[in-house]
Write a new protein. Structure first.
Length: 149
């Protein structure tokens, strides 16, 4: 595999690592390959929101939530976290003018750009959200997992 540095992980790719969802096996492989993950400061809240939504939808039980939240906490302990600094906000505002992103996704991508020192070429962005993946690709990231064609 080409060296893509320390990958930035969007919440959409972290949640399947914590509970049984489609794509989880491939994502676990990526974690084993790269080991050192970078995330955005708000990822923990986004992940808890996604897990709570899965409980409300009946996709996981309340006990399943507790297990997934424990896995999430363990996973996040080893992550490098991009803090909510002004530069992330500025980058996110710029990205909103260039791509059809929701605010949280713009903050994620802004944090990834800051983590890459605004040089995303040959840097990995791990994401399962199509719109955010498209924007990350457009600014120069290598998006993982790669789409099958």
């Amino acid at each position: 595999m080409t060296d893509l540095g320390r990958p930035f992980w969007d919440t959409s790719a972290l949640v399947p690592l914590c509970c049984h969802q489609a794509g989880g096996d491939g994502l676990r492989r990526l974690v084993r390959e790269h080991r050192r993950l970078t995330i955005w400061w708000g990822t923990r809240v986004e992940a808890h929101s996604a897990l709570r939504r899965l409980v409300r939808e009946g996709a996981i039980s309340p006990d399943g939530f507790d297990q997934a939240a424990a896995r999430l906490d363990l996973l996040l302990k080893s992550c490098s976290e991009v803090q909510p600094v002004d530069q992330v906000r500025t980058l996110a505002e710029t990205l909103l003018g260039q791509h059809p992103l929701r605010s949280a996704d713009a903050l994620q991508l802004g944090a990834a750009l800051l983590a890459s020192q605004e040089r995303p070429r040959k840097k990995a962005f791990v994401c399962l959200d199509d719109r955010l993946s498209d924007a990350a690709r457009a600014v120069g990231f290598t998006v993982l997992p790669r789409r099958r064609t």
